[in-house]
Ligand binder design. Sequence first.
Ligand code: C2O
Length: 541
Amino acid sequence: RSTRFYDFKIQTKSVKKLCNSNQIVVVNDMYPGPVVYAQEGDRIIVQVTNESPYNATIHWHGVRQILSCWFDGPSYITQCPIQPGQKFTYEFTMVKQRGTFFWHAHFSWLRATVHGALIVYPKTGVPYPFQFPYEEHIIILGEYWNQDIVQLERQVLASGGGPPPADAFTINGHPGPNYNCSANDFYKIDVVPGKTYLLRLIHAAINMENFFTIANHKLTIVEADAEYTQPLVTDRVMLGPGQTINVLVTADQPVGKYSMAMGPYMSAQGVPFQNISAVGYFQYLGAVTNSLPSPAPLPRFNNNLAVQTIMSGLKGLNTSNVPKEIDTNLFVTIGLNVNKCRSKTPQQNCQGPNSGTFAASMNNFSFVKPTVSVLEAYYKGIEGYYTEDFPGAPLKFYDFVNGAPNNAPRDTNAGNGTRTRVIEYGSRVQMIFQNTGTVSTENHPIHLHGYSFYVVGFGNGNYNPQTVQFNLVDPPYMNTIGVPVGGWAAIRFVADNPGVWFMHCHLDVHQSWGLGTAIIVKNGKGHLETLPHPPADLPRC
Ligand code: C2O
């Protein structure tokens, strides 16, 4: 096992994009940020210095952080932010994990430009369970705003209404020719005819889910959320924020220039978004460079079926540990709701539907981030910053509009609080997520920190324990699950990693509106089951 050292400086950078000059926050002057490389079992040490004007933290998305909860990164959950001018060193081990991960800021919406890949190779001599690729490429799907992103979050929250769409979708930071002033701002992969490539797709966008496709080429999914899957051949993939997918693609078409494209998946009604695609190229050696590329056909933005087809085909590869029995069962409603306007100046800050204020909740509670980290308060036994009463089922049981499935159940006027759920060490946990919402319903990418979980079931309409059949044989092992539009999803995992773990919708605006909670997994008996002491340089609030 070796140790990998990295030095991250969070700083502002001037960029010219989309006919604008702009200041964005990045790491080491790079957008997207530097790639962290490691091998399974390695120790990763990253010293982060915050030279930006904003608070910041770095989260290592998908890394389980076995007994290293202090280095997980979500602000006010496991640490106070690193303040401007301060440093913090993250230190953790890649225990039994390999694959495509990414790191991103976990403060406000800074993740929009503060992100990069974390690639972990298998141990020496351990092959991939698929054909070894000729080459591999990282493809980060993102969103770009001309506006300062931290200000934007503040404005959206102050308005009570929804967020404006991004100014562009991006592939590795490049919008491509569908956008103004971007004819030469595109990403391109040069390929050798006949060779097979591994594309490591990372979804780092903020408020949108996206399809990705390459014209005329089949994609074979071999990994999702840094866990191997059985090979699944498809024309396109859909990723929600926080998801990573590895695909193999063979340059088996006539020599030419082919488009790759990233476009929106958005089935909620009335949500403004850009129905336009970011375009890059998959270009064969020997192709006429100024030839017109074959366009890449994306599914329509509201094509739920395309998403379901991929998800139902996705099967895990090494799935012998799926919990067959459970001893902790949580039913969690997730959705958007509208709270009544309580402001004295409604024209300024109640611009949500029906002159109300947008909110989002789990089991009728909108999560409020505390002013010290939940982990620190828990560890030191400081009272008053959080409670342990996150309910195991919604307080107001949802009633079905007209009793019909697929109608959004009611979830109005959620309460506020920093409510957590305590789970015994070693519990076999099941969670059922039911997608609800009074406004409209959309796919919510729910992410759990500190764990991967088996996705044992999902479906349309309302979860019905009488009729569901779970897949306990070969479910995919993931860390972010898109809970289908107006539907449900079921996950299982063993709670064997003590600490405080954030669970939230990875669409940032939903997180800002409170779509989250934290689970506290207690210590087990031995010292290998016990959360260590906090690091000496842990930032203070
Ligand atoms: Cu990818 Cu809580 O984050």
